[in-house]
Design a protein. Sequence first.
Lengths: 457, 457
Amino acid sequence: MRNILLIGAGRSATSLIKYLLDHSSKEDLKITIGDLSKESADKFTKGHPRAKGIQFDVFNQALRSRAIQEADIVISMLPASLHIEVAKDCLLYHKNLVTASYVSNEMQALDQEVKSKGLIFMNEIGVDPGIDHMSAMQVIDRIRDVGGKMLMFESFTGGLVAPESDNNLWHYKFTWNPRNVVLAGQGGAAEFIQEGTYKYIPYHRLFRRTEFLDIKGYGRFEAYANRNSLKYRKIYGLEDILTLYRGTMRRVGFSKAWNMFVQLGMTDDTYAIPNSEEMTYREFINLFLPYSPTDSVELKIRYALKIDQDDLMWDKLLELDIFNTEKKIDIVDATPAQALQKILMEKWTLQDNEKDMIVMYHKFGYHLNGANHQIDSNMVIIGEDQTYTAMAATVGLPVAIATLKILNGEITSTGVQIPIAKEVYKPILQELASYGIVFQEQEVEYLGYNPKGGVVS
Amino acid sequence: MRNILLIGAGRSATSLIKYLLDHSSKEDLKITIGDLSKESADKFTKGHPRAKGIQFDVFNQALRSRAIQEADIVISMLPASLHIEVAKDCLLYHKNLVTASYVSNEMQALDQEVKSKGLIFMNEIGVDPGIDHMSAMQVIDRIRDVGGKMLMFESFTGGLVAPESDNNLWHYKFTWNPRNVVLAGQGGAAEFIQEGTYKYIPYHRLFRRTEFLDIKGYGRFEAYANRNSLKYRKIYGLEDILTLYRGTMRRVGFSKAWNMFVQLGMTDDTYAIPNSEEMTYREFINLFLPYSPTDSVELKIRYALKIDQDDLMWDKLLELDIFNTEKKIDIVDATPAQALQKILMEKWTLQDNEKDMIVMYHKFGYHLNGANHQIDSNMVIIGEDQTYTAMAATVGLPVAIATLKILNGEITSTGVQIPIAKEVYKPILQELASYGIVFQEQEVEYLGYNPKGGVVS
């Protein structure tokens, strides 16, 4: 029996564990699930004969090293900042490692040692990052293999509510960490390149410079720019590309409405509000509006944001019940972002019978045989239910498949890596397709952002 | 002879040095001016028999401790972050110290030791901070002395161009560190209280929530909120005050126009622009506007900022020549803020024959004998020329006067302090008046922000 140690069994681990258990007999696997409490680990094993739950505390060195020594391969689904201790033990005990997280500098620093020991530390193999890398590199390599030259690469992902459960005015519900949604885009200007020119968008304008994306059968989406679109420029080998842009997808209208909170300063996470615990929603909103002895919070917010009487923006605010005079923030020393999250979670939490959706959209512009071409490629995955969500499937299945392929020696390149090599992404994408995780491709006219080749400035 | 060591002789030191030299015979003073180069120190001594220039490098411990040992009192006009080394030597060699800078945590930490040695480390005794503290505390103490209770304190300061030299559309020129002007308001939301309610303004709205202030003979000004209005709440003894607000004064229209740069992201100081050195002003502006093969930078900026054809905002942009296709940023790895500063300095630098102006405005609301009252108090100082500027006078004279009064034993309270004690501010304000640094006071109707005592929310 080969022992797979999975550390950190959260909501996103359902599909991952199901895959491993489903393959456990045929592949002769034993699945050890480690969590802070053995009890919560046991919930995932469900008494399966080839699975067992153990207590695992990443800061307990004895526990940690024993569990890792007993494993044949390790999957860490811990928060990104906690991988490094696991990685060091994997190095010590010669175990391969799989994570769905971004490669930290600390993790990258292990690369030489990992290679010298012939090990594989595969990272960024969830959905975003993960499926985005693999699906993009597959098309980029195909274009290059026939002699094409990349002109443009744009890539968008969104975690959204499925159309059948989309019943609020924002067309949005939390399907992942709500905190990340509230803080999205903060920390610096978004940077990207268009037609060879650098472009920057400050946070407070990010949600007003969106672009539209249409997906057949699913209608129109919008996307706002991610902070650093250029992160993978070199890694993907796109140093000379004219246009490089990465963004986050939402349903049309979300960004314009979200911008209301940004404008008022309600997404700020840098200071604590005095007496936030006892503060009503209405009092919280009023912190960001000028004092007036006569004007209501409603009028002040309409005036501050220039919201007309019949503007849908207004209904979106009302739907969130932000003017409520009874409901309290109920968080000690809350930052504005934390207080806003509290308000939003009341309305944007998926109900038991509701489903999530993952959408991804790539645009590949290239030059081949004297002409410009473009391939658009997109993926839509709808969750089955609140256990087997689209998020859990798209994060967990690539992790699970990669783990098994490493264990079986089908993936062999060593080092700290992300899934951009053909040897890695090809078999994984192939197997993902059998789970319905597929991209629809279509050739479209390449326009770029300068279709007539004009020069203006 | 008593030896005064003045460290860091910049442009702001002219009036300070003049005062000390003018008093040097009568007070039997010797003035030692230390600067990184002896040559630039000598420029300030102008061969005066009681003055001498020396080389002083704050990081050269031998130089530093020798100079400080030989002094009877030390004035540090170094950048705020460099005071601490000087302060430690002053402690070591039992010398009093005067600075015009904010008290750093490191400086504050010396308080007990300074007191135990019977020393005076007087800080924040320039104009802002400095004259603002003294002039405010004088009125606040007066109100309290007759049994009044403070309801409101608002305080505003501005370094501006004098009316006779005010010849651009922005009604603004740099009279102090331009970098601080470009970065003003950054680093977090502005926080203040109005009628007992906390209020927050995020940076990207700071310049759209101004208030007007009128000064007789000088017309109308506007003010935007400083970042932390509550910093002196406890120090001034205003823990229970209903309204506490500090702001920066500009001529009306400046903030609305400045907001254009804020909105576009051109004041960001957190990232470097690739190839900034070779970039034209026009290319720089275009970084912050969407790509277009057909629309000009002019049209894009008009659209992005919703500037009508006949809007004065447009003329303000043209006046700065920001669309120039020839002029280059000419700074390697410039941040947007640095590039913007370069563009502005071309237009906003005071010419040799031009004068600066310092304005300060306080509002004191209080309750006394069953009624509410308000005193408004303001000060306007116009510079003599480009050497004896209003800034140099209002920063340097309080420093000089305090230094002499400490030297002469007229100020005696020990410790790390700021000039808020009556014993300190009273004689200093008295002497400042003889230099024309006086406040005009008037009683006005107290309205506060809730004149009818209504309760709305």
